[in-house]
Structures are given as C-alpha cells and as structure tokens.
Design a protein around this ligand. Structure first.
Ligand code: FAD
Ligand code: G3F
Length: 590
C-alpha cells in the first residue's frame, strides 16, 4: 500500500461504504454491462465517467429525439460534435497559406502538441479517423445499433478448444447479450424502402442469405414510423430509477453510483503482494473541482477509491491509456513493463463506402407487383395527400432500409446496405433522402506485433492523459479480400442504383469504422505471450484487474463488435461475481 496521505472521496461517507466490491472506469455499453450484471448479483459498484451526462435519461441514444427522427441527416452534426480525433500528425497542423506575419512554430522538433495534435505521429502509419466519445453512455449515445454475431471459425474468438463447448458458450453469451441490449431483425418489416432493397438483393444474390440487419431498437407502436434506438441506457438505465429491484433469485440490487466528470487516472499496486500483482486502489480526479485549482496542485483534486476488483472499460483507446498511465505498459519510455502486450497487435477495419440513388422507385406503386395491404394503403394515402406535389410514391416517414449480406468464409466482410447518419455521407439539398441508400462494407485486419499504440508520457491529451500515437499499417493478410470487398460493394451498388456524386465507391480514412480491436486482447493460457488477459478478461498476472471493450477482441473481425464485447464482459462479470461470493479471494489468472 502507498504510504502517502490518501484523500478518499465523500462518496464513501455518503454511502457508508469503505470499500466497494467493484470499481468500473467508463459508462459506455461495456461498463454498463459489467455494472448491470454485478449490481443485479447484489454487489456494490462505483463507476466513474470522464464525460458529462448530456441526455434526458442517463446514457440514452440521442437519435431518439424527434428532431433526428424527422431528418436523419441532422444527426451527422451530433456525431461530428461527439467524436474527438485521437492523434493528428504534425503535417496536418501546418498551414502554408497562413498570413506571413503570423507567429508560427519554427523549431521542427517543437510542433503543436495540444488537443490530439501529436508531433510524434507519422502520417503514413496513423489511424487518422480513430476517435473517442466522452460522455455518459459513451459511443452508444450515437451508434448505429447494428448487432450482428461474429462468424464462427474466423471472427468469433475461441474460448474453449472443444468446438461443441465453445459453440454452447457462445450461444448462451449471444442470447444473453441480445436480450440485454434488445436486438431485433424485424423492426423494419413494414418499411417500403427496406423491402425494395431486400427483394432486389435477394433476387440478385439468392445464395448469400441477404437479410435484415439486426439492430438494437424497437418500433414504438405497430405501424409507427418511429423506432426507439437502444443504447447503454437499455443495459443499466433502470439502475438509476429502480435501485431496490430484486433479481430472479430474490437478491436485492447492490449499491450503484456513477460519478460523472471524473477521470480514472491510474491504478496503484499493493506493494506487499509477493506473487503476481494486486491493485490496492485507484486514483481519480474530479474534473469539475479541478477547474478551481491551479494546474499543479493535484493533491486537492485527486482522490482515491478502494475496491475488491477493478474493471477498465473506457473504450479501446482509453483502456490501455489508463493502464499505460499506471506504468503497466505501452509507454514510450521503454522501461520493463508488467503488461508486455498492452496495445500491441491492434486491428482496425478497412472500410469501403458509397451512396446510390435507388433504381427501383417505379416498382413501389407498380400495380402489376402484388404488395401487402399495409404497403398499398401507405402508398395510396401518400399519393392522395401529396401526389400533386411530391414526385415520389414513398411516404415521407417510410422507415429507412436496413439490410445486410452476412459475412462468410468465402467473403469475409460485413455489409450494411442501409440509410444512416455518420460523420460523413450527409445527403445535402440536391436529392431527396428517401431514394438514397448507403453501402458500408467492413473488412478485416490481422493482429501483427508491428501494429501498436504507444503512449507518450511527456505529451498529454486534452484530459491530461498520455497522448496515444499509432504505429499502424494495413496487413498483407486480408489485402486480397479487401480488394474483393470493394469489387463486391460496387457490384451490389450497381444492382441498386446510380452513384451519388462525391459518394462514389471509396475507402475511408483508416480508423473511421471506430472498431479498434486488440488493444487489450484476450487469449487462452497458451497464448499468454501475445495477449493481455484471459477469457475472463482478467489481466495476466493480476489478481483483481479486468478489462472490457472492443480492445479485448483478439481475432480479425469485420462485423460491428459491440454485441460480442458485451458477451465477453458478461462472461467476465459472472466470473467476478463468482469470486466475490463470500469473501473475494484473489487468484491469479490461468
Ligand atoms: P465507449 O462507448 O467508448 O465508452 C467508454 C467510456 O469511457 C466513454 O464514455 C468515455 O468517456 C469513458 N472514459 C474514457 N476514458 C476515461 C477515463 N480516463 N476515466 C473515466 N472514463 C473514461 N458498434 C456496433 O457494434 N454497432 C454499430 O452499429 C455501431 N455504430 C457506431 C456508430 C457510430 C457513429 C460510432 C461512433 C460508433 C459505432 N459503434 C458501433 C461502435 C460502438 O459505439 C462501440 O463499439 C461501443 O460504444 C464501445 O463500448 P465501450 O463501452 O467499450 O466504449
Ligand atoms: C461504425 O462504427 C458502425 O459500427 C456502423 F454500424 C456504422 O454504420 C459505421 O460506423 C458508420 O461509418
């Protein structure tokens, strides 16, 4: 234990809790999953979140606001506003057209280093669009909600070497995670555009299992044009409103507290531990209080929290960042690290994108094609009310298409043929958004040791944590598949429509998928030398430190990862709950 005079937070007094069962850093869907499982099992959990709460209900999806449900393109600005790019190379900070009289940095060894500007970042090996969201609910407050399962034999990690045991484990985990986040593939069944796209692709590709994209959402009422998009609030929102609920076994919920605007800074080890490592406490900082003191007087604003187990689920960038700031690994000072594989073998998905204007519009009200009654009724009503002014037979509030052609071993890429807002791809004023379809194809990457993140101890990010630098280049493995993926996307696009100018087929800036993986990768015992934690998400050689999030995924993957990360978090939470039962007897991971 440290011998300094430790400053504990009033939370202890308020709750009369001297020591929490579990501390969690990060309030996104993965921190939420951990919290939900542990609090439901009756344990006391303290969660800290570096960002603020800026939704009506904690951790709610912002797209549920009527404003964005009426015009999805307006949501582009919300996403742009929420994301902060992680690492900006020095070349992007040079402005040759700046007025010559302006002050500029003249020493090439001292370039801008604030707010993600990173003079250590190479241009050629950056993940230039990799970004983080800080706020209660994390990225789930503006995510697309796509929740596909990973492909067994390629994307899906192997937890048990016996295939039938592994299959059974994943079936259980996926079913539990889907029910927790509320996933469905039927919520767009009564969308005209959805069915037009689905039918066109099923006709063109009868053997590829074209189907509805599974989405975490539910339609508000039968026939309503609106869905409620799910987010971390669906995982743990009721813990804020219903703290005394009991679980199926009649166990009352444990105490749960979320501290917002609170940074998880670093972990401190118990120096009396002789075998392996044990976290003694965590240092956090109240960022609101921090505004009241001068930059260097940290003892007044840093405080400490004690727990039996500690979970870091702060996203794939900040999770290794907190561990690096604790001196455990991945820093640039090249000291011997106790988590040697931290932030190595990282992966990110190459992503291809285009938008088309739909060809099959005339089929929508073609009397020769039989349509269900809800369809003809909707089209007729629309034409009766607006037929003299609107050129399209599509109701204004017709839900968007949400279609996928699932990945396979022959075509290892994930596809989304849909309409959605992201930080790019806004339709603009020229075309009616009702005939626009977005195609997003996500490829895979191999986790190689050269691809890694390094945390600069000297340069801090805007929140005072070590600045991440990427060393990342596309891997030769899966290069050929990526070419085929682009070919496939253009062929699918051609079946559906004509390209929108400026949204022709293109690869996006690396990192834009925001599916960074492998930064805190899990592994079996025999893969200890290339992983950070075991499949209970317990860091190798630590008795009480756990990780969560997409960084834990050790496999190449094209699919959206959140559902799978939830599975791994549920598994870990279950194991933590088991160890906490009775008195926590810390054991090193095997
Ligand atoms: P996050 O959601 O990133 O949450 C981590 C939290 O930790 C954040 O709130 C952050 O503020 C907090 N934090 C960071 N540092 C600290 C610190 N030092 N102390 C305390 N707190 C800290 N995924 C899918 O699977 N399907 C999709 O359809 C999909 N669509 C997306 C669309 C968009 C526009 C974006 C941006 C992402 C999308 N994603 C999607 C990715 C998905 O949102 C993430 O996979 C998911 O949110 C990860 O959950 P997480 O809890 O691990 O991390
Ligand atoms: C990703 O992060 C999501 O997983 C996708 F679903 C989404 O469509 C994409 O971003 C947008 O680029």
């Amino acid at each position: 234990m440290p011998d300094r005079d430790l400053h504990f937070h009033p939370i202890h007094r308020e709750s009369n809790i001297e020591e929490f069962d579990v501390f969690i850093a990060g309030s996104g869907p993965i921190g939420a999953t951990y919290a939900r499982c542990l609090v439901d099992a009756g344990y006391n959990v303290l969660m800290v979140e570096i960002g603020d709460q800026d939704t009506r209900i904690p951790a709610e999806h912002k797209k549920n606001e009527i404003e964005y449900q009426k015009d999805i393109d307006r949501f582009v600005k919300v996403i742009q506003g929420a994301l902060s790019v992680v690492s900006i190379p020095r070349s992007q900070t040079i402005v040759p057209t700046l007025g010559p009289a302006a002050w500029t940095a003249s020493d090439p060894n001292k370039m801008w280093i604030t707010n993600g500007r990173n003079s250590f970042q190479g241009e050629h090996n950056n993940l230039g669009a990799e970004a983080v969201t800080r706020g209660v609910g994390g990225m789930s407050t503006h995510w697309t909600c796509a929740t596909p399962e990973f492909l067994p034999g390629l994307e899906r990690p192997v937890i048990f070497t016996q295939p039938s045991t592994d299959d059974a484990e994943w079936t259980l985990l996926y079913n539990s995670a889907k029910s927790l986040i509320g996933t469905s593939d039927t919520q767009f069944n009564q969308s005209i555009r959805h069915n037009v796209v689905l039918e066109a692709l099923q006709k063109a590709y009868p053997d590829r299992g074209v189907k509805a994209l599974p989405l975490a959402c539910h339609r508000l009422a039968e026939g309503s044009p609106y869905v409620q998009w799910h987010a971390a609030s669906n995982v743990y929102g009721d813990m804020f409103t219903d703290p005394n609920k009991q679980n199926k076994q009649g166990v009352k919920r444990g105490y749960f507290k979320l501290l917002t605007n609170t940074r998880c800074t670093r972990f401190e080890l118990d120096s009396s531990t002789t075998v392996g490592h044990k976290v003694a406490l965590v240092e956090v900082q109240d960022l609101l209080d921090a505004r009241l003191v001068s930059e260097n007087s940290h003892p007044e604003i840093d405080f400490y929290i004690k727990a039996k187990a500690y979970v870091v689920a702060a996203g794939a960038v900040a999770t290794p960042q907190i561990l690096a700031n604790s001196g455990f690994g991945a820093t640039n000072d090249r000291v011997a690290h106790i988590i040697p594989n931290l932030a190595t073998r990282i992966t990110e998905q190459p992503m291809a994108f285009c938008q088309i204007a739909l060809l099959q519009v005339d089929e929508i009200d073609d009397p020769k094609i039989p349509r269900p009654s809800w369809w003809t009724r909707a089209v007729e009503t629309h034409k009766r009310n607006f037929g003299n002014v609107d050129p399209l037979p599509i109701p204004f509030q017709d839900p968007e298409p949400q279609v996928t052609i699932p990945a396979s071993l022959e075509r290892p890429w994930h596809t989304q043929i849909h309409r959605d807002a992201f930080s790019y791809g806004e339709v603009g004023p020229t075309l009616d958004s009702r005939i626009v379809v977005d195609l997003r194809f996500f490829g895979m990457q191999d986790g190689v040791p050269e691809n890694r993140m390094i945390f600069q101890t000297q340069i801090k990010d805007e929140y005072g944590m070590p600045q991440p630098t990427f060393e990342y280049k596309p891997t030769p493995k899966y290069a050929e598949e990526t070419q085929r993926m682009m070919e496939d996307m253009t062929s699918v696009a051609n079946k559906l429509g004509a390209y929108l100018p400026k949204s022709e087929p293109q690869f996006m800036t690396p990192g834009l998928a925001l599916h960074l993986g492998g930064t805190t990768r899990l592994g079996l015992g025999e893969h200890k030398d290339i992983s950070v934690a075991n499949f209970n998400s317990q860091i190798w050689n630590f008795s009480n430190l756990f990780v969560g999030g997409n960084g834990t995924i050790p496999t190449p993957f094209g699919a959206n990862p959140t559902l799978t990360s939830m599975c791994l978090a549920m598994r870990a939470a279950h194991k933590i709950a088991e160890s906490l039962d009775g008195s926590f007897s810390p054991a090193l991971p095997t």
